[in-house]
Ligand binder design. Sequence first.
Ligand code: TRP
Length: 344
Amino acid sequence: MILDNSFVLPQKPVILTGDRPTGPLHLGHYAGSLQNRVTFQEEYKQFVLIADMQALTDNMGNYAKVRENVVEVAMDYLAVGIDPEKSTIFIQSKVPELAELTVLFLNLVSVARLERNPTVKEEIRLRGFERDIPAGFLSYPVSQAADIAAFKARYVPVGEDQLPMIEQTNEIVRRMNRSLGRDVLVESEAIVPKVGRLPGIDGQAKMSKSLGNGIVLSASEDDISKAVKQMFTDPGHLRVEDPGQVEGNVVFTYLDAFDQDVAFVEDLKQRYRHGGLADSIVKRRLEDCLQAMLKPIRNRRAALESDRAAVLEMLRKHSLIAREEAAKTLSEVRREIGLDYYFL
Ligand code: TRP
């Protein structure tokens, strides 16, 4: 092929994903999303957003919590192997274009539609807002749509609970494009991980900081050991020789998620079901597995903690890169609407 100036290298598809900085990341995040991000960054142009503005939608007044966790989450990202040479890790509030796009998008969504979003509905119930729903909270799916659309993300890796967000994003994108008369924005597709949500160590459906049933990525050797000892197994498995239940048994769920030796785990399951295999043996296997997995993460994190300035500098640089990208989309939208006021 003769290279002329019409030749453009094919662009890698864009991925956008992120987390609210409201607490340290835990094993649930690792199984459900962090591991995938480490893989995706090889093949995609990946943006990882630390959604501080979204975190504020139900944390007004808790500013210190959100602010401190921005850096904590960034360190968790780096510790698990999200590579700043391959991914752009940025802070949502450092990209004000996202807020601007949100304001435009808000005109394309009805309040009734927002109230129908099942994820938001459930979160409103859990937070006990009742009639006093902050408007910012009700409309955070719109701000999330702006996060995704501003980067023209093709794929959005998210947990199953976030599917309504992607659906709503695409609705907004289609309306925006229709109103502009040109497909400025692109629709995106969710990528949902094969492993479902990891339960808490107590067997509850969700691992969460407020429930105190998680294992954070920075957990010490001792924390891990204690957590595994407390872990919910089969309450009917009273004596070693009794047949045990594998389904709903958290220790096996975690082994499925993290033990690389699938055949070994299958064999353990069979012996457990049959009877004669003690919980303590299965727990020992899981503990060894988690200790081996989390040790390098903890060590990398400790190194990052002793050089926070480098982490802050990375966030600053990456937020600028992200801002440039979002600003391109914003200026296209502004131009189509006629908000560029070139004559001023
Ligand atoms: N809502 C996501 C969460 O609670 C965080 C988030 C914000 C996000 N903006 C996003 C995820 C855009 C994917 C794409 O974890």
